[in-house]
Design a protein around this ligand. Structure first.
Ligand SMILES: C[S@@+](CC[C@H](N)C(=O)[O-])C[C@H]1O[C@@H](n2cnc3c(N)ncnc32)[C@H](O)[C@@H]1O
Length: 316
């Protein structure tokens, strides 16, 4: 089914094929994504590529700030990680946390593990850091010294916690939790429980969430309708009403500070040299569409504890 004119299909929130395409034409470097995702023949629109660039840049900036503040003596837990490659990218930059966890549905984890197992570029870094005899691995779990990938449903908090603890999650270590286009697939109650669990489980923590915002205006409504027509209901669209509702969800579920920024604002703050570089990669004549699209996605971050580390000062 065709989407309404001018409004990109919201399913583009699954970033893998888009990431692969944007990397292939030079938006940013990621030598790992090609081992998880095939290059699609379909050319992605320049506004989509610029949007992905801002998203990847924003999340990476917050993550690196957290890693630097904690001197990497910390954990990162990516909830709904899909085919994310940050673990491998951080290792290359010497910025790996004490342990990096990824969680997704068992079926997705099985697919990711298959690639890890058969591609030395992906498995070598994990093995190199492991330095123990046994590597715990089954169909939907791999647990090593510095990297774990776990098949679990994020809506079942006790199962999630049990599986993370089995993989030596340490609640005393500063912990960064990331949800990138994930919470919107859960009901507001389910995402609130996950956010609350995250705030109550760790002494010092930061939560980073990327997803839709301004979903109640005309553009937002068309985005939701397009998806509904494709039998994909966004169960969690309600907290995506505004930047304020996004922040409130974090503050009312145990987080002490919360900030939120729409992606157009973030784009306007990107380093000018980088913006000139990516804007010269492809011609864009639909500037208005880029702006509308970017105003309907946001990056939110929240902190708890960590005043001695300066977590509250982290910003995009
Ligand atoms: C749109 S994709 C985003 C993937 C990745 N975070 C990224 O930005 O590329 C959403 C991911 O969340 C996962 N997900 C959604 N709901 C989930 C749940 N209840 N439990 C575990 N994973 C979930 C999906 O399987 C999928 O990999």
């Amino acid at each position: 089914m065709k989407t309404a004119p001018g409004v990109p299909d919201i399913q583009r929130s699954r970033k893998e094929p888009e990431t692969r395409f944007a990397v292939s034409i030079g938006y940013w470097d990621d030598p790992y994504i090609q081992h998880f995702v095939r290059l699609s023949k379909e050319r992605k629109a320049p506004e989509i590529n610029r949007g992905y660039f801002a998203r990847v840049h924003g999340i990476s900036q917050l993550m690196k700030a957290f890693l630097r503040k904690t001197e990497c003596h910390c954990q990162v837990i990516n909830l709904g990680a899909g085919m994310d490659t940050a673990f491998w990218m951080l290792k290359d930059q010497d910025l790996l946390p004490s342990k990096y966890f990824e969680v997704d549905f068992p079926m997705i984890v099985t697919r990711k593990l298959h690639n890890i197992k058969f591609k030395p570029l992906l498995s070598q870094p994990i093995l190199e850091l492991h330095c123990e005899d046994t590597l715990h691995m089954d169909g939907h779990l791999l647990d090593s010294k510095r990297y774990a990938i776990i098949g679990a449903d994020l809506r079942d908090i006790s199962e999630l916690e049990e599986k993370l603890k089995k993989c030596n999650m340490n609640t005393q270590l500063p912990t960064l939790l990331v949800t990138e286009c994930v919470l919107v697939y859960m009901t507001p109650e389910q995402s609130a429980s996950l956010i609350k669990w995250a705030a109550s489980s760790f002494v010092t923590a930061m939560f980073v969430n990327y997803e839709q915002v301004n979903m109640e205006d005309r553009f937002g409504q068309i985005m939701v309708e397009n998806l509904r027509r494709r039998q994909c209901d966004l169960a969690g669209v309600e907290p995506c009403k505004s930047l304020e509702s996004q922040k409130q969800r974090l503050l009312s579920n145990g987080w002490e500070t919360a900030s939120a920024m729409n992606m157009m604002e973030l784009y306007s703050r990107l380093p000018r040299t980088e913006v000139s570089r990516i804007e010269s990669l492809e011609f864009l004549d639909e500037l208005e569409l880029l702006e509308q699209l970017m105003q309907h996605y946001c990056l939110c971050w929240a902190t708890k504890g960590g005043s001695h580390l300066g977590l509250k000062d982290i910003t995009c």
